[in-house]
Design a protein around this ligand. Structure first.
Ligand SMILES: Nc1ncnc2c1ncn2[C@@H]1O[C@H](COP(=O)(O)OP(=O)(O)OP(=O)(O)O)[C@@H](O)[C@H]1O
Ligand SMILES: [Mg+2]
Length: 485
């Protein structure tokens, strides 16, 4: 607190001289010193720093936003928060610099700018820290590069394994879709590879270098869906969204937006989506500005969209807009010819992930897997292979290994099947009336016979297929004297 004019002059002058000496000292021992004003514009920069940054003269940087001269600068952060960053490492022109940044405040405590010092090379004690940082930086850059390559090659249309005629046709359609840049609709039961194919289509398209952004509509609460799609303007809300947020359409700009489970979209959002698809422009929540976006949409659903339209749960105009190029992914049970290739691919994947040797399937295991209904499709197949592998050390997996995992009568009726089931007729066809037990026995006998024939006499497997215990099967074989047949 100032007590007299004379004393205040003394303190001020001492402080000023002190500051000047300190600045001289820093200026002398630092590689670079600079100051920004309260708008983050460069107010001053010393000759050494300007030369280090490759500037012709220090004056050429004055008045410029700091990021224009030092792209990853955090000086603006110091001005905004008023908090110093006392020790930090920053890469400038591929050189790690130790930097220190402090806010500058006037007498009233108002932030008027920030001062930054960059040290390089001079503080020998920081050498180990700096070189460790440089090492980590290098490792990170390498990992990122590898990851980008992996991403690039991980999802191609040929990652969709399948050799059956339907699979080949489906991949052919997907390749054409990739070139056409129109909206694509992927239809198929759960686990049939819709997401995998969506990635493949993006990777084979002209948008491959741009983002692939996915949104699972079923997983987003209804009240947040619009914000998720179209973004939120700054200041539209308090709290977390105060600063505003970009929507998925904006993030996917130039690339592909994958709308997963599109059938689960609330009607009100459907109307907005339709508008965006038609106009290719979005209006973030709470803003009245419209932004152009260039996004290709790939939508997917495991529901019967036509039925949803008929039920009034899905807008027909949106359905037609999405249904430009539908691709149907048939359930696994309808492309049994793909099973061997899929199993080999999945077993290889599992082996490389778990570090365990790659398993093989015995012929009876193949027969068993081919007879299963696969309500969960390829995802279920993958899980079954993984589980079976965990239950045994043997390199080969037999039907027996799957029998505890997959129960034949554990069928989740599929939508398609529900539709295919004819409505019960009111007048049943005339049948010969016989004692019930006799008819049941006849049917039972022929079913057991068929099951034994299909499994080459493997009783454990046949019992599984019939959904009965092995003991019951033995009993019935004896009752019906099937072995002597
Ligand atoms: N043809 C295929 N070749 C190789 N892997 C496949 C194939 N189809 C599916 N998969 C694998 O099966 C799993 C499920 O696939 P995906 O997530 O693409 O299915 P989906 O149709 O999107 O399922 P859902 O409707 O449940 O979201 C993934 O691990 C995927 O890699
Ligand atoms: Mg999916």
């Amino acid at each position: 607190m100032k007590t007299s004019v004379a004393a205040s002059w003394d303190v001020d002058s001492i402080l000023r001289v002190g500051m000047e000496s300190l600045l001289d000292l820093f200026d002398d021992s630092c590689e670079g010193t600079m100051a920004v004003d309260d708008h983050g514009r460069i107010a001053w920069i010393n000759d050494k720093y300007a030369a280090f940054l490759g500037l012709k003269t220090p004056e050429s940087a004055l008045g410029k936003p700091v990021e224009e001269v030092i792209p990853n600068s955090r000086m603006r952060e110091v001005v905004t928060t008023g908090k110093p960053i006392l020790l930090d490492i920053m890469m400038i022109r591929d050189q790690p610099l130790v930097v220190m940044r402090i806010p500058l405040k006037d007498d009233s405590g108002k932030i008027v700018g920030a001062l930054g010092f960059a040290l390089y090379d001079r503080l020998q004690r920081l050498k180990p820290l700096v070189s460790k940082f440089a090492e980590l930086q290098w490792a990170l850059a390498n990992t990122q590069k590898e990851l980008a390559q992996l991403r690039h090659t991980k999802y191609s249309i040929s990652s969709f394994v399948g050799v059956s005629p339907v699979s080949l046709e489906l991949k052919h359609r997907a390749r054409r879709a990739a070139q056409l840049d129109t909206t694509v609709l992927l239809l198929g039961e759960t686990g049939t590879g819709k997401e995998l194919l969506a990635h493949g289509i993006h990777a084979a398209s002209g948008r491959a270098g741009k983002p692939f952004v996915g949104i699972n509509i079923a997983a987003v609460p209804e009240s947040l869906l619009e914000a998720e799609f179209f973004g939120v303007a700054p200041g539209a809300y308090t709290g977390a969204d105060r600063k505003g947020r970009e929507g998925k359409f904006k993030i996917a700009d130039g690339g592909t937006l994958f709308l997963d489970e599109v059938g689960d979209m609330p009607l009100q959002v459907q109307a907005k989506l339709l508008r965006v698809l038609q106009e290719q422009e979005i209006e973030p929540l709470g803003s009245n500005t419209i932004t152009k976006v260039d996004v290709r949409v790939i939508a997917a659903t495991s529901h019967d969209l036509k039925q949803l339209v008929a039920d009034g749960k899905f807008r027909s105009d949106l359905f037609y807009r999405l249904n430009v190029l539908p691709i149907v992914l048939p359930p696994l049970r309808e492309r049994v010819a793909d099973l061997d290739a899929l199993c080999e691919h999945l077993l290889e994947q599992i082996a490389s992930r778990t570090g365990m040797p790659q398993r093989e399937l015995t012929p009876d295991a193949r027969a068993f897997l081919a007879s299963y209904r696969w309500p969960g499709n390829v995802r279920e197949l993958r899980n079954a292979l993984e589980q079976a592998g965990m239950l045994t050390d043997s390199i080969t997996l037999s039907a027996e290994d799957f029998s505890t995992i997959l129960t034949i009568d554990d069928t989740h009726p599929m939508q398609a099947e529900k539709e295919a089931t004819p409505a019960p007729t009111s007048t049943p066809a005339p049948v010969e009336i016989r004692p019930l037990a006799e008819t049941v026995a006849e049917v039972e006998r022929s079913l057991i016979k068929a099951a034994l024939a299909n499994t080459n006499g493997n009783k454990a497997l046949a019992a599984r297929m019939l959904g009965i215990s092995r003991a019951t099967l033995y009993q019935k074989i004896e009752d019906y004297q099937l072995l002597s047949d």
